[in-house]
Design a protein around this ligand. Structure first.
Ligand code: NAP
Length: 333
């Protein structure tokens, strides 16, 4: 298979390489692109991958079966269609195409049926929505979903390499007893702190992240009228996003019945007892669910805790699963 990765120097691009290797994807050619040419190379299996500036001329050459984008909304908007014109499928981690009604928002454990013949651009949903949806889809299957309220606890790596660097710089300065650098990526100082804002706030007071969580979860779950309210919070955790959920079901169900559905669900690890934390799930592709309980014994209102590694299942692993889905359907060899 002939692949290109745009954004190969970023945290998602790096993880794509790792997961392609882990899942033994056959790769005959792999080209790497970033915002500019680099002298250094990146190792993939027994090859050194050169890094070149992503341009339409370099990407629309009919040379690739699949082009992964792990860069920016602007780069995807500018380059993805040229890749398709060159004959490639595009698997895009940016937000550029996610809410386009003509493209699906696929999470293979939930809605692989949404892939149609004409789909050549496959966006990967926002990491938080993927993790939340995998965790809550078993509830939808057995009892329907009327509403979700969610508070997220999002790792700094959700803001890419710059987010990891900002936490490290703050922690180091605090450790040395020096003033912390002013925040650049986050809305406030992140070390030893919790920031109740992820992205810019709109006129209604919702952040960009909160709107994407709501819109994209509805699209993945195929519930356009689902009531969903989110508060997205940045926490000084390096990897893996967590979420506390309050869900209202359409039909009566017991917590035990939901527990059975969660235990059987693909991609989910259900912890009937105890807790699970981001540090424990980092590095894995499964979504963990714990703390399931009915509110005061209710059969329609439940609370649960959902955790997943957002660079893996929320981005790179889901992207590689989409490539595997294309292979399963015979779209690519
Ligand atoms: N981090 C996450 O948890 C996560 C989860 C889901 C989705 N995503 C999405 O995945 C994408 C990558 O995120 P990331 O966290 O990996 O970011 P990152 O660590 O900041 O890396 C960004 C990458 O994109 C490249 N890039 C930036 N602008 C570009 C342009 N105009 N043309 C070509 N390449 C360009 C950068 O190249 P240089 O090194 O040359 O600057 C770098 O390789 C974003 O769309 C993000 O929203 C991220």
């Amino acid at each position: 298979m002939r692949l290109a990765i745009v954004g190969i120097t970023g945290v998602v691009g790096e993880m794509l390489l790792r997961i392609l290797d882990e899942r033994n994807v056959p790769v005959d050619l792999l080209d790497g692109f970033a915002s500019r040419d680099r002298d250094e190379r990146i190792r993939f299996r027994d090859h050194d991958v050169t890094i070149r500036a992503a341009t339409p001329e370099a990407l629309a050459v009919g040379k690739y079966d699949v082009v992964f984008f792990a860069s920016s909304d602007d780069a995807s908007a500018a380059l993805a269609e040229a890749c398709v014109a060159g004959g490639a499928y595009v698997i895009d981690n940016s937000a550029a195409f996610r809410m386009d009604p003509a493209v699906p928002l696929l999470v293979p454990e939930i809605n692989p049926h949404a892939l149609r013949e004409q789909h050549r651009i496959l966006p990967v949903a926002i990491c938080t929505a993927i993790i939340l949806s995998v965790g809550v889809n078993p509830v939808k299957r057995v009892a329907g979903l009327r509403s979700i309220r969610v508070a997220t606890y999002q790792a700094v790596s959700g803001a890419g390499r710059a987010g990891l660097d900002e936490l490290a710089a703050g922690e180091e300065a605090l450790g040395r007893g020096e003033p912390e650098p002013a925040p650049r990526v986050f809305a406030a100082l992140i070390a030893r702190n919790v920031i109740p804002q992820v992205g810019a706030l709109d006129a209604f007071g919702d952040s960009g992240e909160e709107k994407k969580i709501a819109d994209e979860t509805r699209k993945i779950l195929e519930l356009p009228d689902l009531r969903l309210a989110a508060t997205a919070v940045r926490v000084p955790v390096r990897y893996a996003h967590s979420a506390a959920l309050w869900v209202e079901t359409e039909r009566e169900v017991t917590a035990d019945e939901l527990g059975v559905a969660l235990k059987e669900a693909p991609g989910v690890v259900f912890h009937r007892e105890g807790i699970v934390t981001p540090r424990e799930v980092e590095g894995g592709d499964l979504v963990h669910v714990a703390r399931l309980r009915g509110e005061g014994g209710s059969k329609r209102h439940f609370q649960l805790w959902v955790v997943g590694d957002q660079i893996r299942k929320g981005a790179a692993a889901n992207a590689v699963q989409l490539l595997e889905l294309l292979r399963e359907k015979g779209r690519i060899a």
